[in-house]
Design a protein. Structure first.
Length: 276
């Protein structure tokens, strides 16, 4: 089944709580896959134009209906808002509801304590390329999530990119360090390449264009190629050539691999600290 192909048959109310950049990206993804916008409820005190443009299609924004029940609730608020926001959502939950959280660092135990007993909950960690439908989200369910609820969660998450599932919530800190924070590492690479190009004598605007296009194009090649990153690296490296000379530096004793291991270890530790 192509989980991202269509959401036309989604039944029940879908409640999106928080429609900032990530929430709005999800809404766009759902709309692109044919969801009935009339089934979507958005709770957002400061809706953007990106969200408000769906009002003519039947989007319900901040409804006062106290009898509303949700088939799925997607919680996309900032983690620090959880304590204030979550209690107000409990009237929306019934035994068939699945709650999907994209709040960084908020563990299943915390979420379970905030909702009625036996609520099905999926904790997730997406990343910022979700804004263009090219993110990757890692999800972990609690024991209450049924196979149909897991499938529903996957279909909703697939609207912003690839989805991977884990069973051990303890891996979420490393997930956060690799993919959640990972886009910043790639942007830093492009930034450093541009600065190095200037140091080598290139005009700043040309160095910026070359670095940006090279990182973006290489990422797309990695995305589309069946070969792994190591093979693609070897394919572009001629023995004794310019690429080899550069890689001798990057793969030296104080290597990029060692720096990346240290960086991801630091991010993993910090994620654990923030999660308590």
């Amino acid at each position: 089944m192509n989980t991202a192909a269509s959401l036309r048959d989604i039944a029940g109310n879908l409640v999106l709580v928080g429609a900032g950049k990530m929430g709005a990206a999800m809404l766009d993804g759902w709309a692109a896959r044919g969801i009935d916008i009339g089934r979507v409820v958005v709770i957002e005190p400061q809706p953007s134009l990106q969200v408000s443009r769906y009002l003519p299609q039947g989007l319900r924004l901040n409804p006062a209906d106290k009898t509303l029940r949700a088939g799925a609730i997607v919680v996309a608020v900032k983690p620090q808002s959880a304590v204030e926001v979550l209690p107000a959502l409990t009237p929306l939950v019934d035994p068939s509801t699945v709650v999907i959280s994209i709040m960084a660092g908020r563990k299943l135990a915390m979420l379970e304590a905030a909702f009625p007993a036996n609520t099905a909950i999926v904790r997730t960690m997406p990343n910022t390329p979700a804004a263009i439908g090219r993110g990757i989200t890692v999800a972990v369910p609690n024991p209450r999530v049924t196979p149909p609820q897991r499938q529903l969660a996957e279909r909703l998450l697939a609207a912003i990119g690839a989805v991977e599932w884990i069973s051990d919530e303890g891996l979420m800190d490393a997930v956060t360090a690799v993919s959640g924070s990972g886009p910043a590492y790639v942007f830093l690479l492009a930034e450093c390449m541009a600065k190095a190009g200037v140091a080598a004598g290139l005009p700043a605007d040309l160095a910026e264009k070359l670095a940006r296009a090279t990182v973006a194009g290489s990422g797309e090649l990695l995305h589309l190629s069946p070969e792994d990153a190591a093979t693609l690296r070897k394919n572009v490296t001629s023995p004794g050539g310019t690429t080899s000379a550069a890689l001798d530096v990057l793969m030296s004793r104080e290597s990029l691999e060692r720096l990346m291991k240290d960086a991801i270890a630091a991010a993993t530790r910090r994620s654990r600290e923030l999660g308590g």
